[in-house]
Design a protein around this ligand. Sequence first.
Ligand code: ADP
Ligand code: 5GP
Length: 205
Amino acid sequence: MQSESGGAGMLVVISGPSGVGKTTIVRSVVDRLPDATLSVSATTRTKTGQDQEGVDYFFLSEDEFMKWVDEGRLLEHANYAGNWYGTPKAPVDELLDDHRIVILEIDVQGGLLVKEREPDALSLFILPPTEETLLERLKGRGRDDEQVIQKRFSEAKREIQVATESGAYDHSIVNDDLEGAIDKACKLILDERARRSGTVNASGA
Ligand code: ADP
Ligand code: 5GP
C-alpha cells in the first residue's frame, strides 16, 4: 500500500468493545503471521500488574501525551473511558516501509480516524456473541474494579452501535469460539494482502 503513512506494507485496524477478546486474538494473529507486527500504543491509563512498559503500551503522563500530540508524533489519538490512547506514527511508517503487516488494536474513534486518513487500511471489528458474554469476560479478566467494568460495559454498547452505523469496518468477526475467530482474522488479512499483490492466498489459513 502506498499511503500517507509509510510505504508498501498493509495497515490493519482491529477494533471492538473492551473485553471482547481483541488482545487475545491479536496476539495469536501476530504469532501465526510472520509478516505481522503489533503497533505499541501510548496511553495515560494506569499501568496494571499485567502490563509491561514498551510491550503492552508506552505509559505516559497526561503532559507527556499532550506533548506527543503537539509534536505530531501520533497517527491518531482518542480519549477512551477517561484516558488518552494514541498510535505512535514513526514506528508504523518504518514497518510499512519494510513491507510489514502492521496491526493497530484501537478503539472505534481511532478506527474511524485511521479509515479517514488511510482509506486503504483493512478494518476488522470484533463482536461478542451476546452483551452478557461481554460483561462476563470483562469481569473474568480480573483486571478492573466494578466501577471501571461498568464504565467499559456501557462504553462497549455505544462502540458497537457507532461501529455498526458508521459502515467504516470492512468485516466483523464474532468472537464466540476463540480458535474460529483467530482463523477468520488471519484469513481476512492474508486474503486481502494476496488480493492487493495480485496473487492467490495459498496458505488456506
Ligand atoms: P480486549 O483486549 O478486547 O479487552 P481480552 O483479550 O483482554 O479483551 O479478553 C478479555 C477476556 O476474555 C480475557 O480473560 C480472555 O481470556 C477472554 N476471552 C477472549 N476470547 C474468548 C473466547 N472466545 N471465549 C472465552 N473467553 C475469551
Ligand atoms: P485497555 O485500557 O483495555 O488496554 O484499552 C482500552 C481501549 O483503548 C481498547 O478499546 C483499545 O483497543 C483502545 N486503544 C488501545 N490503544 C489505542 C490507540 O493507540 N488508539 C486508540 N484510539 N485506541 C486505543
